[in-house]
Design a protein around this ligand. Sequence first.
Ligand SMILES: NC(=O)c1ccc[n+]([C@@H]2O[C@H](COP(=O)([O-])OP(=O)(O)OC[C@H]3O[C@@H](n4cnc5c(N)ncnc54)[C@H](O)[C@@H]3O)[C@@H](O)[C@H]2O)c1
Length: 352
Amino acid sequence: MVTIAVIGCGRIAKNAHFPALATLKNVKVKYACDLIIEKANKFKEKYPELIEQTITDYKVALEDSEVQGVLVLTPNYAHYTVTMDALKAGKHVLCEKPVTINYDLSVKMADEAKKQGKILSIGVCNRFNKSVEMIKDWIEQGKFGNIYHVYCSFRGFRNIPGLGGDFTTKSQSGGGVLIDWGVHFFDIILYVLGGAKIKNVTCDAYCELAKDMKSYKYKSMWAEDTSNIENGTNDVDDFISGYVRTDKASISFNGAWAQNINKPEMFIDFLGDKGGARLNYGGNFEFLDGSTLETEIPEFDIPNMWGCQDQAFIDSIETGVQSKNNIDSVLETMKLLDALYVSSDKKEEIKF
Ligand SMILES: NC(=O)c1ccc[n+]([C@@H]2O[C@H](COP(=O)([O-])OP(=O)(O)OC[C@H]3O[C@@H](n4cnc5c(N)ncnc54)[C@H](O)[C@@H]3O)[C@@H](O)[C@H]2O)c1
């Protein structure tokens, strides 16, 4: 049995991690922690077999020698501090995506994990998605031939989360749609291409549709509990577009938290000289074989990717072996996000 603490009991804890942890056989959550105790208490009521106690100060869990690992499910701005404290306290960590608000701090987290000899996994959960795993296998088997270009679209309609709150405040979130949604898309791409390294990037980011927060129109707003339209900040990208060259394929992309086109599109197109595939984000994929012009839509059971990810973290704690979402393998994604923002700010290409 592995003993862990869960720090941050918000949406991702509710929608993904607690349901996943409750299905695992070999894990005990000694502490569910949130600054707002009622939030942690709700989970204790729902999962009485899984959770032992609730706390507001995560340091209580870090001081407990029985706790082997922690899940860091706080907003982006707190990933760095909580993860560093946990590593220094000798705990293994699974920290939600993005690693933190920028690349430099992400590198420091990776260095600290190495120094302490601890596991640091990142919640790039799509690496545990069956479609993503299959595309990666098929690329390795040569079914796509040479993948020369990847296009991705992560465009919603009116989806700015928690307007005015930490999601739309760059100093707290690190950015907008790129770091929040784009992180998953770019992580998938660099990962399935076999750890592609970026060579140069160019990008334009826009904060257009809620420049005047009070007149922004939407039907529902996710993360509304963190919204602060009266007095908050919105200084992040709600639309972004760019071009990336890597040592493998080139990548073009568009992303929108909000746009005046009611056609949400969430997919990645992998263009190979032998075959191509459209990965529908979070779902299945369609593969076109260029020699037969036949389209194949593989059928398979889709295991819960968060369950697989959390299981992998628990396994890593038990075995000491890093999992496929280890921090070192996610740093290139963070480097790319940073470079795209810098390119947009400077209005010039960034080269490595
Ligand atoms: N993997 C995914 O697909 C996915 C999806 C959604 C969110 N996320 C990530 O998960 C993280 C949390 O997002 P969310 O939507 O759950 O946010 P949220 O605001 O709903 O929840 C965060 C919780 O952390 C608590 N908190 C903040 N600082 C704390 C501290 N120092 N100690 C204890 N608790 C603290 C807050 O009170 C809040 O309840 C973000 O980094 C986000 O990017 C990942």
